[in-house]
Design a binder for this molecule. Structure first.
Ligand code: G3H
Ligand code: 13P
Ligand code: ZN
Length: 313
């Protein structure tokens, strides 16, 4: 059943669990996610970035999401645009009628411009029964690795939250509290610590469901899988500095009001490790299904683990 964020996030915030939002860009990733959700009977958010749309095409990826929702009449499935930075693309996604939810990411602008851009998208989306996630404060990326002090200047200011939510009428709010996108979230020597005090203040000023981006754990187990093939491929150095958000930290922020947890990097690692492993250990096939089937299974296994760890029972 295709639903928007409002059907699942307010309850999650109230009951202190989080819904997993998983980035997909092909059939196998989407099926890995949806098979896990089906198995656990857990609501799920399938999300596509602007890059995923460029790669797979809006209609093709949306069709996969719709089939997943259609085949699971009782399971709430949200089809969500992740980090819509290009307003004309966000508007195209809304007008397409294919998605049930969008994120407008105007966090790079001044507060006033972020509010006006977000508000316009909210009006357009709400008129079509769609939900909108907005971002206040900016979540840095792998390429933007900056010192903690500089990073903090991009953190969400709790003083701005009430006004932002009231004026934009957004349905969910992405907050910046110390995470980063990608597999190298911290500079060498820097501790993966989230600003829980800031999150508490934010959560105290608004009941809107909060979103944690850059939430991949890049766990030891996942890296072990990747490392199995790094010698053969000669890229052990490249992943040397990989570090994510420990599962325990994610649990802590869920208890404090985070109701949507975004995961992309961990899925990419699981998928790619399975593909590498298959290619390096078995060259006896030319059937892509033999290559991508194990990757789909690896994604499903990981997503099942994530859903459970985010508190869904
Ligand atoms: O939020 C960032 C996601 O990991 C999307 O990454 O733009 O490479 O698809 P991408
Ligand atoms: P990761 O890179 O930590 O998986 O974050 C994904 C994300 O925030 C997508 O919006
Ligand atoms: Zn993100």
């Amino acid at each position: 059943m295709l639903v928007n964020l409002n059907k699942i996030l307010p309850l999650a915030r109230k009951k202190k669990y989080a819904i997993g939002a998983f980035n997909i860009s092909n059939l196998e990733m989407a099926q890995g996610v949806i098979f896990a959700a089906e198995k656990l009977k857990a609501p799920v958010i399938l999300q596509t970035s602007e890059g995923a749309l460029e790669y797979g095409g809006l209609e093709y990826l949306a069709a996969i999401g719709h089939v997943a929702a259609e085949l699971n009449k009782k399971l709430p499935v949200v089809l969500h645009l992740d980090h819509g930075k290009d307003e004309s693309l966000v508007e195209r996604v809304i007008r397409s009628g294919w998605y049930s939810s969008v994120m407008i990411d105007a966090s790079r602008y001044s507060l006033e411009k972020n509010i006006s851009v977000t508000r316009k998208i909210v009006e357009l989306a709400h008129a079509r029964g769609m939900s909108v996630e907005a971002e206040l404060g900016a979540i840095v990326g792998q390429e933007d690795l900056v010192k903690v002090s500089a990073k903090e200047s991009t953190f969400t200011d709790p003083e701005q939250v009430k006004k932002f939510v009231a004026l934009t009428k957004c349905d969910a709010l992405a907050v910046s509290i110390g995470t980063a996108h990608g597999s190298v979230k911290y500079a060498p020597g820097e501790k993966p610590v989230l600003d829980l005090g800031r999150l508490k203040k934010i959560a105290a000023t608004t009941s809107v469901p909060l979103v944690l981006h850059g939430a991949s754990s890049v766990s030891h187990d996942l890296l072990v899988e990747l490392h199995k093939t790094c010698n053969a491929l000669g890229d052990c150095e490249r992943i040397h500095n990989a570090v994510g958000i420990p599962e325990l930290q994610v649990k802590k922020v869920i208890a404090l009001g985070i109701s949507k947890v975004n995961v992309d990097t961990d899925l990419r690692i699981a998928f790619t490790s399975a593909v590498r492993e298959k290619l390096l250990t078995d060259a006896s096939f030319i059937d892509p299904r033999k290559l991508l089937g194990p990757a789909r299974e690896a994604v499903q296994k990981l997503v099942e683990k994530k859903i459970k760890s985010f508190g869904w029972k």
